[in-house]
Design a protein around this ligand. Structure first.
Ligand code: KG4
Ligand code: ZN
Length: 347
């Protein structure tokens, strides 16, 4: 086995409320991936409290790193690259993971690499299906992000559209809070919707008819709030089904249209909301109707994890010889594919 194929990368992901550590061999061989979710700690507040998240990352991370190394069968000395998410995300939580990774890289005298969390989500798909190569259109849809990215090649991205206000998952979490579902609410809304009527309440489809590929979900959230004020006894299953009908229609129409406009044959869907059964069904029907190939990773790779961060790091290290100085700062508002001018037409 050559050196690149056997390089062991340890990655840390702490951009929000998941403490995650993974070890990857080469670029796609996931050796171990551990995710400790703090969701229960934040549920009582109805959302992530940054300071609580930071403190618990500090508490959990050293144990998770040790556990990952032990489970991998390797030793600390076998690690060849240390990576961590350096943005986007919450500044405190990012600092915890980044500092830990830098300390390890310094102590082990190996290269260190900061990873863009959004690029990480794209690499979750590579871990799932390494044989599927770009170009493709990618929908990143999670609690923090809703973006359409044209992936010309790994490392060559163009931002096609993004939310102008809330992310889709964020809107679902806030709507969940209104109907008394614990944080995070996306998966429970998915389950409730199975028993509801998607046509019960005609919630708006913000920006669905607009010409560009940007999204907006704040209006939907407000519509649910007003509807609940007027109809406090509305069945939660019908609210869930009607909300998802709106979210799925918006995400499906924009993603399929972007894939066609940019002349891509495949659409990949990643991020926590990509686990949504209704969204998957909606996308499958639309993709089939337009002859577009569709793929998404399994649930555990859709939601935040460190394996995807390790995969992005290993790729960039081998392909571009990339590593970063230990002075690399966290960047809470790091974007992706924004250098290129955004255009409405892919031609
Ligand atoms: O990717 P992720 O773990 O974190 C971010 O980068 O934001 O995504 C978390 C989001 C939450 O908003 C959660 O409610 C949502 O993904 N989510 C879902 C489902 N599972 C998780 N939303 C809809 N349906 C699901 N099955
Ligand atoms: Zn994420």
């Amino acid at each position: 086995m050559n050196e690149a194929a056997s390089l062991l990368t340890l990655a840390i992901e702490t951009s929000c409320d998941e403490t995650a550590v993974a070890i990857l061999r080469g670029e796609t061989d996931m050796v171990v991936s551990l995710v400790y979710s703090q969701a229960d700690l934040h549920a009582q507040y109805g959302g992530v409290v940054p300071e609580v998240a930071s403190r618990n990352h500090v508490r959990k991370l050293p144990y998770l790193v040790r556990e990952a190394v032990a489970a991998s069968g390797a030793t600390m000395g076998d690690l060849g690259l240390i990576a961590a998410t350096h943005g986007p995300g919450l500044i405190g939580p990012l600092l915890v993971g980044l500092s830990h990774a830098k300390g390890m890289a310094f102590g082990l005298d190996v290269p260190f690499l900061g990873v863009n969390h959004l690029e990480g989500h794209l690499f979750a798909h590579r871990l799932h299906a390494p044989e599927i190569e770009p170009p493709f259109m990618a929908l990143i849809v999670s609690g923090g992000h809703t973006s359409l990215i044209d992936v010309h090649a790994y490392g060559a991205y163009r931002l096609v559209g993004r939310t102008v206000d809330d992310a889709a998952g964020e809107a679902l979490d806030k709507i969940g809070k209104m109907i008394g579902i614990g944080y995070p609410a996306g998966a429970e809304i998915d389950r409730l919707a199975e028993r509801g009527d998607p046509k019960a309440i005609p919630f708006p489809r913000p920006m669905v008819g607009s010409s560009g590929f940007d999204f907006s979900f704040a209006g939907l959230k407000t519509a649910v709030l007003y509807h609940l004020k007027k109809n406090p006894r509305e069945r939660h299953v019908d609210i869930a089904a009607s909300v998802l009908a709106s979210v799925v229609e918006i995400l499906t129409k924009k993603s399929i249209e972007a894939t066609r406009r940019y002349h891509r044959r495949r659409l990949i869907v990643v991020g926590g909301v990509a686990a949504n059964a209704h969204l998957r069904r909606g996308l499958e029907a639309a993709a089939a109707a337009h002859g577009i190939e569709l793929s998404y990773p399994p649930h555990e790779l859709c939601t935040d994890n460190a394996a995807m961060i390790a995969a992005a790091a290993a790729f960039r290290h081998r392909q571009f010889g990339e590593s970063h100085p230990l002075s690399l700062a966290p960047n809470p508002s790091l974007g992706i594919g924004e250098e290129d001018e955004r255009a409405d037409s892919g031609s």
